[in-house]
Design a protein around this ligand. Structure first.
Ligand code: GLN
Length: 197
């Protein structure tokens, strides 16, 4: 199995390591590759879009056609996971910040997002969440977005306060937090389990 991580900006290496650890735990043979260029994603079985700055990641993936590759991979039913900025990019409906910055979204999930929703005084924090299919999970939030509304084809996996912070639409998974920043690989294991390879 080959898992690609969008490697243009953000916490790329952490996702590579967490995915490798999860593969080891599940006894999955394969490789994890971070990629900055078009050509790798189309030859992969699963994809992760990490956290970082959604405006920057969007600009870099659209400039050389990686965005089209991601859309194709997702539409073919292969697992895609977006965390934090990755969640923003997966969504179909952005907020006024997305609009103002003219950020091009991939539009793969029928969700409405809000960037930097938890406010300045709580730029980063950690909470125990109940995540469907995974269980209790220590979630790290960093200048996190959240989902404020979903269509009925979207399954809500976790909420925090009034917000949806984890959701799934078929083979696509969106998390507002950073599972790659803890030693707990269960979120990555769940993501890998969505693969039919
Ligand atoms: N605040 C960032 C954005 O809106 C996301 C933060 C993150 O990915 N850690 O793009």
């Amino acid at each position: 199995m080959r898992v690609a991580v969008v490697g243009v900006q953000g916490d790329v290496e952490e996702h590579v390591l967490a995915t490798k650890m999860a593969m080891k735990k599940l006894n999955i043979d394969g490789e994890v590759v971070a990629t900055r260029k078009a050509g790798v994603i189309s030859k992969s079985d699963a994809l992760i879009i990490p956290g970082g700055e959604s405006t920057t990641i969007s600009r870099l993936i659209t400039s050389d056609g990686m965005d089209r590759e991601i859309i194709k991979l997702a539409e073919s039913g292969k697992p895609v996971m977006g965390t934090c900025a990755g969640l923003i990019l997966l969504s179909k409906h952005g907020d006024e910040q997305v609009e103002k910055t003219k950020t091009k979204l991939l539009g793969l999930m029928d969700i409405w997002v809000k960037r930097n929703v938890f406010g300045r005084q709580r730029e980063s924090f950690q909470v125990k969440l109940k995540v469907k299919y995974v269980g209790e999970f220590e979630a790290v939030f960093i200048r996190a977005p959240a989902i404020v509304k979903v269509d009925k084809n979207v399954e809500i996996l976790a909420t925090f306060e009034d917000f949806i912070v984890a959701a799934k639409q078929d083979n696509i998974l969106a998390l507002a937090f950073h599972p790659e920043l803890t030693q707990d690989t269960r979120m990555h294991e769940y993501f890998l389990s969505l693969s039919k390879v």
